[in-house]
Design a protein around this ligand. Sequence first.
Ligand SMILES: Nc1ncnc2c1ncn2[C@@H]1O[C@H](COP(=O)(O)OP(=O)(O)OP(=O)(O)O)[C@@H](O)[C@H]1O
Ligand SMILES: [Mg+2]
Length: 331
Amino acid sequence: MPALLEASGLTKHYDVETGGFFRRSKAALRAVDGVNLTIEPGETLGLVGESGCGKSTLGRLLIRLIPATAGRVMFDGMEITSLGPKALRAARRAMQIVFQDPFGALNPRMSVEETIMEPLLIHGSRRGAASRDAVTRMLDMVGLAESARHRFPHEFSGGQRQRIGIARALILRPKLVVCDEPVSALDVSVQAQIVNLLSDLQTELGLTYLFIAHDLGVVKHISTRVAVMYLGKVVEVADKRSLYARPLHPYTQALLASVPVTHPSQRRRGTIGQPRITGDIPTALAPPSGCRFHTRCPHVMPICRTDEPAMRQSGAGHQAACHLIAADPPM
Ligand SMILES: Nc1ncnc2c1ncn2[C@@H]1O[C@H](COP(=O)(O)OP(=O)(O)OP(=O)(O)O)[C@@H](O)[C@H]1O
Ligand SMILES: [Mg+2]
């Protein structure tokens, strides 16, 4: 089956001002730098990495909420990076986003009904009985009472507000949903409920997810495959089982070692005793030469400082960019 989404060389540089008052100059902040990625229909691709590594920027680029500096994205057979405004609007129906902050993402002056219905109206539906019925179905699907309809966001808890955000994202029946840290702002007790809801809705509606999170613990339950990002680059992509059992990139190994282990039986073989990651993430204004992780890598070699490692295949469905990795022999 062809991929639902395929990104190649996807890049986003932001022009930012640097320096003090007298020596101000412009520099390119390389938020996303040459990312290749595919998302298969029906899967959940987990995307993890430290704060500032470019996860949200990548998620927004993939559905063209922001324009790319370079590279392209094929979505469902269309090259969305070059669509004109009208075609882009039509394509947007099929690509939606759920935000991290259910407080900031909802307009406090709009009722729940107006909030959930708005995307339908933007895409040309009328504010009639059919639209109201669609809202009723969405309320039911996300587990909110019918009585929620005429209330306002501030009357709800964080978890319930996230349910409103999910209903709004799904009312257009998209194919791909970018879930940008949808549970990070929620109480731990509520996180599992929202992850389970997203999982049930995926099955019910045949959705494909890009699920963004800070750490590998959160995406473990929901992901089919996982991509790990470091300083604007994807450094490892693998099937979930393979990534957690055999993390290849030292950065992934460090991320896994920092996932809290709640029960001794859950300890993963191969990650015990892995070094914890130390030091701050370097600035995306001047990323390190060679392998961007070399300044923090416990296994750094001279070549890592000079040559950027290419993505190499190592085992079925498993790729990583590290000079230590022995690639599969060419077929
Ligand atoms: N509009 C913008 N203008 C300038 N720089 C930006 C802009 N948006 C993001 N950045 C920068 O791009 C880099 C990547 O940011 P991004 O928000 O994508 O990271 P993230 O991985 O989602 O982080 P977090 O986990 O904190 O959400 C950061 O250095 C950030 O400061
Ligand atoms: Mg983010």
